[in-house]
Structure formats: structure tokens, C-alpha cells
Design a protein around this ligand. Structure first.
Ligand code: ADP
Ligand code: MG
Length: 766
């Protein structure tokens, strides 16, 4: 299954995200679609065999929405952009391809977030400008004085003109959105706004022209709309601010790149860099795309992608990523990944998908909001019938209460409650090198009972070093290392690197070894000068019946000291031991401590010897040690803990941990880079820092708390306000204006509460 995120822009869409979701979700080949009113985009999960991306784009457009296409940093993608400078200045704010503008359906389409905020503000100002005189005139003026009336119009006709100015243009987007929603079989807040404003206005107009102007709601309707527009404007401003994280990421890639073409150094737009080209980078430049260094040495600041503040050394053969900053030397590199394939573009895609993913609670809230509208319409009608016909009150009171019910029930806050929080939470994570892939990962991360850390490369640096060599009687230390090195030449294991490094330092020639075979989780076997040789742990020696030459005690002493003990044997007899240490990462102990303080149990998983593991685990404060686990059994260990009813988090470097990461309730991939890790994990920690797990858990908990607060607020407000609006506590009622104020205020509170997440103090986060 594939996924793509499309920007769905414009003011009408803003009010009708469920409509987009339903239309696109119903297409053949589409698994599901999630629209996010807060980011004005929709993420579609689809089957690439059944429907293509361009078909999807057309479909989104056919619903009447302007669609900018898949979201990417413009200057990374070769879209139709004649002027690269303009492309950079406008990127992420303007539609990328102009031809798509041709599909504009009318006002509001193709507007960016800032444009929509401005448009909403203008509508508010116009509405207010007409409402003020209306408001001042009307309550004082009734019953309407005859002369002096300018231009021979009746007073109520003047009121009609003012009210029309306040209502018609300013409320237009709501009418369009309501029409679209109804066409898609959706009931949303626009429908209610139209019902309340439309009913009041139409009623008053009819009264003015046909019934002598006795009963009018001009003033009520206008003031109501003033508040609705004000609320919407402020709320959209808040939402525009919520997506700063993505914008900041998009801004990272430089607009221009320097490449070598026909032996000449030329400046071209980054979007035009092709894979395989030689890119030239000067000190202080931002690196345009991903690639491999071919010439020169330098230090690169990768903090924007990894959160790691220390510059990273680069030499020929090193990988460089687009958007990172070259700190010191000039260098050249071979572009390997451009456009949508760069690490930056992948991260942006991941964060956008996360932001558009829906928490289970929101799926419920979206469904509830539909019912709420339906219930509101029913209660509104019942209110009118009860007050006008049953109780026999005035038409004025009955209609006023009905309008109030429609307004109070607007499920605006409900629709925003969790998307705002998710957006800000995931965005803040992304700025700190913590990529939370979706809303369910976020929810699960708050409920973890136990977090399992892989030892090598996760809690430790994964750069083992030889500390001590002990030779058995009759052998020299150099001989032991030479034999080991001969075998390890064929291995990719981190321990092999340490041994080869040791041989290099001692300028030893490796004893040649053939027929090398890896024995998972234990070591390896080979033949050296025609004799069977073995390298690995005690278990391997025991299973092969190797004579330990009296070194058992030494091995135990070293293991007790936290060393990994590599046994080197030939011809059925041990030649010696190589003690290897892998230093813990500087933040490992703090991360373990912080997690335990937060009520999360910590376990360490390793293929290493139990004594070694217990010593290291003890130093870090880990109590549960899962040692001597074969690589294939890691997922089993996770399952075993889950079988005890625990929610399990697994932290690993992703290379052989992928099955365990997938099995865990939340898989954390540490030190990103490998695609496998990105794919199989729920949370990607760009920085190789175990404390990122603490930060991720803290961020998830804060975000979930915000989501719950917002949902409670949104639901509670409607529940409390409903009976008041319907006049149950008559004569204590709410006027339509007050209802509008309360409704707008409630969505503003939800938005503002979510924004607080940007500044919340969370350990490990900037
Ligand atoms: P981990 O990744 O947790 O360190 P592995 O499953 O990779 O564990 O390895 C488990 C143990 O097997 C190691 O601690 C080591 O003792 C032994 N071993 C595996 N491969 C080798 C090798 N190439 N050389 C020496 N020892 C090895
Ligand atoms: Mg490992």
C-alpha cells in the first residue's frame, strides 16, 4: 500500500474536511483517507496497482477542491517553476504548478494558509463595519420612526441594506461549504452556520418586504456572524502557527546548487540536480541534496536533521544529507538522492503523514460531530414547535431560540480538538529529531509498561574496543590476535571490527582463514591452514567441545567486569581470550533513570554473555536483563512480555532488530539512517541518544493530555450549553449573539490550549 499527502487548499475546504475524506476515501483502490483541517491537507493510503497518484489528484480536484499535488519542498522537486528565486521565496505558500490554478472553482480556491487567514479577517472586518451602525440604530430605533428617512426608503429597508452588507459576502464561504458538505452526505458546522444565519436573515428579509417589517433578526444575525467570523479568523491564525514545524523543515533545503557540468562549475536550481552529478560545496553552504563525498574533508552540522549539535566529520566515502550545513572545508560529492528521495523530503513526508493520522478518539469525535449536527437540527425544530405552537410564545422568541440552538451546536471545537494537539506534538518532536509516525504510536507511547533496549549500539556506543588479550599456555598474545583477525576479516560484526583494529595497531599479519561461516549469536567457524578454528562465546566453545586450557576463571573475571569475552580456538583447543569493551552512551544511565522515575520498567536485551550483560546493565541501573538471546529470538522476547499483559516498547538500531521493533507496541529506531529502521519503527530517533526515548514518552504524554483536555472541553461545552440554548431554563436563555461568542470562544480555547504544547517543559526537548 502506498501513501501520499495532498494539500487541499482554500477557505471552503477549510470548513469541510470530512467531505474530502469521504469522497476520496470512497474511490476504488483507496484504503482510507485522512484529512486534517489544521494542516489543510489530506493523506491518502492507496493501492498503487488500482489507482495512480495523478488519478487521486484529479479526484481531489473533481470534488471542487483546488489541489496542489503531493506536498514536497518545491525547490527539491522539478515542478513547473520558471523562476527559481521566485520558487524559493514562495515555496510552501503558493501553488506549485500553475496549470492547476485553471481548475479554480471560485473564490477561496488556491489560497495559502496566510491568504485564508487574511480573507477571513477581511470578512470579519466587513461584517463588523456593517454591524456597528445596525447595532447602534436598531435597538434604539424600534418601533421604526417614519421621517427622516434618506432616499425615501423605509427604516426597515435601510436595516435590510446594512444587514445584507454584514451577511451576504462575509458568510458566503459557509454557504458554499455547506452545499458541498450536503452533496457529499456530510453534516458539518457550515450547515449549522447556514441554518442559523440563513434562517435569521431570510426570515427578516421576508418580514421586511412581505409582512410589514414587524419581526426582524437583522441585528442578532449580524452580531452572531461577527462573532463566528472573529472566532474563525483567530482560530485559523492559531492553526497557521501550528504548522511552523513543517515550514521550518521545508525552508532547510537551499534554493540553488553548484554542480559540475561539462567541466564547468554552474549554479542551478536545486530541483534540477540529477542523481550521479558532481556537486560542489563551499564552506558555509547548505548541502543541496544527498550524496557520497568524493573529494575534500570537512565538518558538517547535521543538527537540523538529527538534533545532534556536534558537527560530524566528513571525508571521501562519507554520506552527506541535503539541508545540512557545511561548516569548514570545501568538498565535492556525488549526488545519490535528489528530489523526493532525499532524507529531508522523506522526513517531511513522514511528519505530514503523522500529522494527518487520526487518533482513535478523533475518529469518534468526527462521527459524533455528525450526530451532533443532526441532533441540533432536530432539537432546533423541536424548540421552535414547542415554543411557538405548544407553549404559544411569540414568533420572535421561538425563532431566536431555534437560531441559538443551531449556533451552540456547531461542532467546531470537536473537529479541532485532537488534530491541533497532534500537529503541534509531532511538529515539536520533528524539530528535536524525534519522528513520531502516527497518532496511535503517540497514544501507545503514553501507556508503556516496559521499554526494552537493545544493548549493542543502543545503550552502548556500538564501537567496541579490545581491552585485554590473554593467551593460553604455549601461545603468544600476538598469535591469538592474528588467528582471530584472519577469521574476522570475513565478518561484519562490530566485534570483528574491534579485533581487526587491534591487529592493525599491533601491525600484525592476519593468519589466513578459509571457509568462514557465521554462527548466529555465537560466533563463527573457519579453517586455518587446514585446521578447524573457532571464534566466539563460551556457548560456542562448549557446544564444539573445545578444551578451555584452564582459562575458565579468567573468562569469568573478564565477563564480571563487563567485558565481552571472545574465545579464539584452533584444533579443538583454546588459544586465548580477547576481552572487548563497548562503552555506554553518555546519556544511557540518565535515560534509564528517567524512565523508571516515570513508572516505566526498563529491560536490556543482548546476545552477549549473562555475566557481561549483568555488569553493564547494573552500571546503567537496568534491572531486567535478557541475555544470551539469539538474534532470531528478539521478537519472541517482546512477545513473552506482551503475553504478561504489558505494553512493550523496543528500542534498537534497526538492523537485526526490525522484527522486534515491529512486534513491540511501540518500536523506537535509534540513530536513523537505515531505511529498515524507518519502516519498521513507530518512532524514529534521528539522534543516537537513548534519552530520546524519554523525550518521546514525555512528549506523547503531554500531547495526549492536551487531546483529552480538548475533547472534554469540546464535548462538555456542547452538553452544558444545549439546554440553555433550547430554553429549558426559561427565562434564563442565551441570545444567538452570546451563543456565537461561546461557540467561537470554545474553539479558540481548544486551539490555544494546543498551542501551549509548543512551550510545555518536556525533559530532553528544546
Ligand atoms: P549483540 O548484537 O547483542 O551484541 P549478537 O547476537 O550479535 O549480540 O552476538 C552474540 C555474541 O556472539 C557476542 O556477544 C559474541 O560473544 C558472539 N559473536 C557473534 N559474532 C561474533 C564474531 N564475529 N566474533 C566474535 N564473537 C562473536
Ligand atoms: Mg546487535
Amino acid at each position: 500500500m502506498k501513501s501520499a499527502t495532498f494539500e487541499v487548499k482554500g477557505l471552503f475546504e477549510e470548513l469541510d474536511h470530512l467531505g474530502v475524506e469521504k469522497r476520496v476515501g470512497a474511490l476504488p483502490g483507496v484504503h482510507h483517507a485522512h484529512a486534517n483541517p489544521a494542516s489543510a491537507s489530506v493523506t491518502v493510503h492507496y493501492d498503487a496497482g488500482a489507482i495512480t497518484e495523478s488519478m487521486l489528484r484529479d479526484a481531489v480536484r473533481d470534488c471542487g477542491y483546488h489541489c496542489r499535488g503531493e506536498m514536497q519542498p518545491d525547490h527539491l522537486c522539478p515542478v513547473a517553476q520558471p523562476d527559481p528565486h521566485a520558487a524559493h521565496a514562495k515555496h510552501a505558500a503558493q501553488p506549485g504548478a500553475m496549470d492547476e490554478m485553471a481548475h479554480d472553482m471560485g473564490h477561496g480556491a488556491g489560497m495559502d494558509m496566510a491568504g485564508m487567514v487574511r480573507d477571513m479577517r477581511n470578512r470579519f472586518i466587513v461584517c463588523l463595519a456593517f454591524t456597528i451602525p445596525l447595532f447602534l440604530w436598531m435597538p434604539m430605533g424600534l418601533p421604526l420612526p417614519t421621517p427622516p428617512v434618506p432616499f425615501g426608503l423605509r427604516m426597515d429597508q435601510w436595516l435590510f441594506i446594512l444587514a445584507s452588507g454584514a451577511v451576504v459576502w462575509p458568510s458566503w464561504p459557509f454557504f458554499v461549504a455547506a452545499w458541498r458538505a450536503l452533496r457529499n452526505g456530510i453534516l458539518n458546522m457550515a450547515v449549522l452556520v447556514v441554518l442559523s444565519v440563513g434562517t435569521g436573515y431570510a426570515f427578516s428579509v421576508a418580514s421586511t418586504f412581505f409582512f410589514g417589517g414587524t419581526v426582524q433578526f437583522y441585528e442578532a444575525v449580524s452580531v452572531l456572524l461577527v462573532f463566528i467570523l472573529l472566532g474563525h479568523w483567530l482560530e485559523m491564525r492559531a492553526r497557521a502557527g501550528a504548522n511552523d514545524a513543517i515550514r521550518a523543515l521545508l525552508d532547510l533545503a537551499p534554493p540553488m546548487a553548484r554542480v559540475l557540468r561539462d567541466g564547468q562549475e554552474v549554479q542551478i536550481p536545486t530541483a534540477e540536480v540529477r542523481a550521479g552529478e558532481v556537486v560542489i560545496v563551499r564552506p558555509g553552504d547548505r548541502i543541496p541534496v544527498d550524496g557520497v563525498v568524493t573529494e575534500g574533508e570537512t565538518q558538517v552540522d547535521e543538527s537540523m536533521l538529527t538534533g545532534e549539535s556536534m558537527p560530524v566529520k566528513k571525508a571521501p566515502g562519507s554520506l552527506v544529507a541535503g539541508a545540512t550545513i557545511n561548516k569548514s572545508g570545501a568538498f565535492r560529492f556525488n549526488a545519490t538522492k535528489v528530489g523526493a528521495d532525499t532524507a529531508l523530503a522523506q522526513i517531511v513526508k513522514l511528519v505530514q503523514e503523522a500529522q494527518n493520522s487520526k487518533a482513535p478518539a478523533q475518529l469518534l469525535a468526527d462521527r459524533a460531530s455528525q450526530w451532533l449536527v443532526l441532533v441540533a437540527i432536530a432539537i432546533g425544530v423541536a424548540t421552535f414547535v414547542a415554543w411557538y405552537w405548544v407553549i404559544g410564545q411569540t414568533l420572535l422568541l421561538a425563532v431566536t431560540l431555534t437560531i441559538t440552538v443551531f449556533v451552540i451546536a456547531c461542532p467546531d471545537a470537536l473537529g479541532l480538538a485532537t488534530p491541533m494537539a497532534i500537529m503541534i506534538g509531532t511538529g515539536r518532536g520533528a524539530n528535536n529529531g524525534i519522528l513520531i509516525k502516527n497518532a496511535s504510536a503517540l497514544e501507545n507511547a503514553t501507556r508503556l509498561d516496559v521499554v526494552i533496549f537493545d544493548k549493542t549500539g543502543t545503550l552502548t556506543l556500538g564501537k567496541p574496543e579490545v581491552i585485554e588479550v590473554i593467551a593460553a599456555p604455549g601461545h603468544g598474545e600476538d598469535e591469538v590476535v592474528a588467528l582471530a583477525a584472519g577469521m574476522e576479516q570475513h565478518s561484519e560484526h562490530p566485534l570483528a571490527h574491534a579485533i581487526l583494529e587491534k591487529a592493525k595497531q599491533g601491525q600484525l599479519t592476519a593468519m589466513p582463514a578459509e571457509a568462514f561461516t557465521n554462527i548466529d549469536g555465537m560466533g563463527a567457524r573457519a579453517t586455518s591452514a587446514g585446521v578447524r578454528a573457532l571464534i566466539g562465546n563460551r556457548r560456542l566453545m562448549d557446544s564444539e567441545g573445545v578444551n578451555l586450557a584452564g582459562l575458565e576463571g579468567e573468562a569469568e573475571r573478564l565477563a564480571g567486569g563487563g567485558r565481552t569475552v571472545v574465545h579464539v580456538a584452533r584444533g579443538g583447543r583454546l588459544w586465548g581470550l580477547i576481552a572487548i569493551a563497548d562503552a555506554p552512551r553518555p546519556t544511557s544511565a540518565a535515560a534509564v533513570k528517567a524512565l523508571r522515575e516515570r513508572g516505566v520498567e526498563v529491560a536490556m536485551l543482548t546476545g552477549d554473555n549473562r555475566a557481561t550483560a549483568e555488569r553493564i546493565g547494573g552500571e546503567l541501573g537496568v534491572t531486567t536483563i535478557l541475555a544470551e538471546v539469539l538474534p532470531g529470538q528478539k521478537a519472541e522476547q517482546v512477545k513473552a512480555l506482551q503475553a504478561q499483559g504489558k505494553k512493550v516498547g523496543m528500542v534498537g538500531d534497526g538492523i537485526n532488530d526490525a522484527p522486534a521493533l515491529t512486534q513491540a507496541d511501540v518500536g523506537f529506531a535509534i540513530g536513523a539512517g537505515t531505511d529498515v529502521a524507518m519502516e519498521s519503527a513507530d518512532v524514529v530517533l534521528m539522534r543516537s541518544d537513548p534519552f530520546g526515548v524519554v523525550a518521546a514518552v514525555g512528549l506523547s504524554r503531554s500531547t495526549l493530555r492536551k487531546m483529552h483536555q480538548n475533547l472534554w472541553w469540546a464535548v462538555g461545552y456542547n452538553v452544558v450549553a444545549f439546554p440553555f440554548a433550547a430554553g429549558v431554563f426559561y427565562p434564563v436563555t442565551i441570545s444567538p449573539e452570546m451563543a456565537a461568542l461561546a461557540m467561537s470562544g470554545s474553539s479558540l480555547i481548544v486551539a490555544a490550549n494546543a498551542l501551549l504544547l509548543k512551550r510545555a517543559r518536556i525533559d530532553g526537548l528544546r
